[in-house]
Design a protein around this ligand. Structure first.
Ligand code: UTP
Length: 473
């Protein structure tokens, strides 16, 4: 079909869907730009977009209600509650180790976010975070994967989801760093999809005269992207059955946790989660609940104050389990979802968008981005297990440049965890009168992947003096 004919078709269609402005600068575009813009418009599902505009853009989602009856979700404690559970945990650890050693488990980090709050130029995974060596997040994960590979004598493939916006740069970073010493064949970097950005009255925004403003479709986009990128096929070829999923901004992640993997498999779950006990009723994390008998995450903003504050007779919160975006996902579960052409619900986020205004001038203004969340796949799983974890052991997200969940708090938590591991092996750690650690510590993953590894290497640990910086490798 000629460009002119396609133009006429799209113009009519856009008019019917109140999005005619997308062609406002047509006369100023060159031939190639026109074809490109038409292709972008043809990829839009305008009927679906009408529904999104009505359901997510024009409505205030804060007023949306949870209609189903729900209850708190059940979970495994971080350590076994009695002899029977002790046996189960031991069995799970054994099984988890066997599965890792057999190459059945792969690492899967979602790194496609835009990291606007951190305000770092480039992929967040390239942010230098470790307290002494200034290792980037990507390097910390790579070092852990290498150490696990060495410990279990196993291939541990690593899948990395980027967005179209940071794919090229991420690939370049890995290349320039020689894949951090990992075998390039075991590192699979792929892209997630995007969704258009909107104004608050439901108009799709233009990034410039020839391109629609888009942003990544949320970490929930990972389940489709795994399929569309060929990552699922790659896993199948390698015999990988389980994906250990985490977020790129959490350097404390225990990527290959035998207990978590083992419990998930023993209970025949399809997608499982780690949870922590919330620091307070309104902590800004999702709440693990049971909705119609299925594990479901309810966002903190959707849980009423009354439910958030509700307490058990022992004083603990009824809804105490917070989601920290750590999951085990069965490869076959992701395959099944894609075979059924599933879709996850969309959530709206009001964020700054770079775009052009009616006159064609570049501006940065408030806009609406739509995203899906990976935890919305939990209710689609036939079975789902939750394992509690300890915050100081496994969760230090670097979201902001300063303040809560910031670079500073993450670095402090990295030192604090290293101190805790060393102290539990009997190493003396200098502390300030308020109990905080009075030195900087960093433990290389090749030295210890968990507390227990320290005990075997006590003779290699130097005396730790107040105010010193000690890198243990
Ligand atoms: P966040 O919700 O923290 O979003 O993502 P973000 O985009 O990184 O940061 P802000 O909100 O702009 O400051 C949580 C995790 O999900 C990944 C991020 O990379 C991070 O690991 N993510 C998020 C994606 O992979 N794709 C997305 O579309 C969104």
């Amino acid at each position: 079909m000629s460009t002119q004919k396609s133009y006429e078709n799209e113009k009519k269609l856009l008019k019917n869907h109140h999005q005619s402005h997308l062609l406002a600068f047509w006369e100023e575009l060159e031939k190639g730009q026109r074809q490109d813009l038409l292709a972008q418009i043809q990829r839009l599902d305008l009927d679906k977009i009408d529904v999104w505009v009505n359901n997510f853009i024009k409505k205030n989602p804060a007023s949306s209600e949870i209609c189903a009856d729900f209850a708190p979700a059940l979970s495994y404690n971080s350590s076994p509650a009695g002899p029977e559970q002790q046996r189960k945990y031991a069995e799970a650890v054994k099984l988890g180790k066997e599965l890792i050693a057999a190459g059945k488990v792969a690492a899967f980090v979602v790194a496609g976010g835009q990291g606007t709050r951190l305000g770092f130029d480039g992929p967040k995974g390239n942010f230098p975070i470790s307290p002494i060596k200034n290792k980037t997040l990507f390097r910390i994960f790579a070092d852990s994967i290498a150490a696990v590979s060495q410990k279990y004598q196993a291939g541990c493939p690593w899948y990395i989801m980027t967005s179209p916006l940071n794919y090229g740069r991420t690939k370049e970073i890995f290349r320039l760093n020689n894949y951090y010493g990992l075998d390039e064949k075991n590192v699979f970097i792929f892209q997630q999809g995007t969704l258009p950005n909107f104004s608050s009255d439901g108009k799709i925004l233009l990034a410039n005269k020839a391109n629609i403003a888009c942003s990544p479709d949320g970490h929930g986009g990972s389940l489709k992207a795994l399929y569309e990128s060929g990552a699922l096929d790659d896993m199948k070829r390698r015999g990988v059955e389980f994906l250990s999923y985490w977020q790129v901004d959490n350097p404390l992640i225990n990527i290959f946790d035998p207990l978590f993997i083992g419990l998930h498999v023993l209970d025949q779950a399809e997608m499982s989660s780690k949870a922590l006990i919330k620091s307070g009723p309104k902590e800004k994390v999702g709440n693990f609940c049971l909705v119609d008998g299925r594990v479901t995450v309810i966002e903190y903003s959707d849980l009423s104050d009354e439910l958030a504050e509700r307490r058990n007779p022992d004083g603990s919160l009824v809804f105490e389990l917070g989601s920290i975006a750590i999951h085990i996902i069965n490869r076959t579960f992701a395959e099944k979802l894609n075979a059924d052409d599933f879709s996850l619900p969309l959530h709206r986020a009001a964020k700054k968008v770079r775009r052009i205004n009616k006159k064609g001038n570049a501006v940065e203004s408030d806009g609406i981005k739509l995203e899906s969340f990976v935890f919305d796949a939990l209710p689609l799983a036939s079975k789902s297990v939750i394992l509690q974890t300890i915050r100081s052991e496994e969760f230090a997200p670097t979201k902001n440049a300063t303040g809560v969940d910031s670079v500073e708090t993450t670095r402090r938590m990295m030192t604090a965890r290293a101190a805790d591991w060393l102290e539990s092996a009997g190493v003396a750690i200098p502390r300030k009168p308020d109990g905080s650690v009075d030195c900087l510590l960093e433990i290389a993953p090749s030295f210890a992947l968990e507390k227990e590894d320290i005990k075997e290497k006590l003779n290699q640990i130097p005396k730790i003096k107040p105010k010193s910086k000690v890198y243990i490798s």
